[in-house]
Design a protein around this ligand. Structure first.
Ligand SMILES: [Zn+2]
Length: 258
């Protein structure tokens, strides 16, 4: 009889949790949202749980144990006044000094709350990955930001959640906003990495990996073309010329890194 009661209790609890984590099922797919549910029993805070599961899944996907081994902190900033950068509301940040990810929860719009929360945590985890695993260099911002977006999109793409296209579209639209155009470039890298051999994505990775053993800052500063890339990426045009130029720049970088 007690077994029957236990079963009943479990069923009830799971139906409540099913509702609680339904939005994550659409963005992260069946498997990961099930893992978040399993974690519920041990960890009561929903955001901590989401962060913990995403960190595990991303480090598996990137084959990077350091992302798990490093003490990466996570906090929710629920201050009412919005946090801005370049006139745009920020959803999150990664601080390499404190090794801490902060989510500015009040900046996230209600209608896409779960999607943006999950994709922002993944984006910031990509920065933690560059920091802990690839010897992050701050001067590589214009390379790292698109790659963080691309990594987040690539990860979500393989999760096979039904709302992936919404996230992709949201990132792609950043291309049209001059101050954050380099983020929109992440959508392009993601799309390239799906169907091209020798993609920009791979080139970026090579540059970042090489960052562990060469003075990338000095190298990048020496490239006049890098300054040109910054100018172009801040003033997006309707055509794809900036991408062609960037591709040629990165090929030069790759050649030099060999
Ligand atoms: Zn970022």
């Amino acid at each position: 009889m007690s077994l029957f009661n236990d079963d009943l209790f479990d069923t009830d609890e799971y139906s409540v949790l099913d509702n609680l984590f339904l939005p994550y099922k659409y963005i992260l797919g069946e498997e990961i949202s099930r893992k978040i549910k399993e974690f519920t029993i041990k960890m009561k805070d929903e955001d901590e749980r989401l962060f913990d599961v995403l960190r595990r899944e991303l480090s598996n996907w990137l084959v990077c144990d350091k992302l798990l081994e490093n003490d990466i902190k996570f906090e929710i900033d629920d201050a009412q006044s919005p946090v801005y950068e370049s006139g745009i509301c920020r959803y999150g940040q990664y601080s390499p000094l404190e090794k801490k990810i902060t989510l500015f929860i009040k900046n996230i719009p209600d209608d896409e709350f779960a999607e943006i929360k999950a994709s922002t945590i993944l984006h910031e985890l990509m920065h933690a990955y560059f920091d802990c695993c690839l010897s992050r260099k701050p001067d590589l911002e214009f390379i790292e930001e698109p790659l963080a977006e691309a990594g987040m999109l690539d990860f979500l793409y393989q999760c096979n959640g039904r709302s992936f296209d919404n996230v992709l579209q949201r990132v792609a639209e950043k291309e049209k906003t001059s101050c954050i155009a380099h983020y929109g470039f992440g959508a392009y890298i993601h799309q390239q990495s799906k169907d091209e051999v020798g993609t920009l994505y791979e080139l970026y990775y090579k540059i970042l990996h090489k960052g562990c053993c060469i003075d990338v800052n000095k190298f990048i500063e020496g490239l006049n073309e890098y300054g040109e890339y910054k100018k172009i990426i801040c003033k997006p045009s309707q055509d794809e010329k900036k991408y062609e130029l960037l591709r040629s720049i990165l090929k030069k970088v790759e050649k030099e890194c060999k």
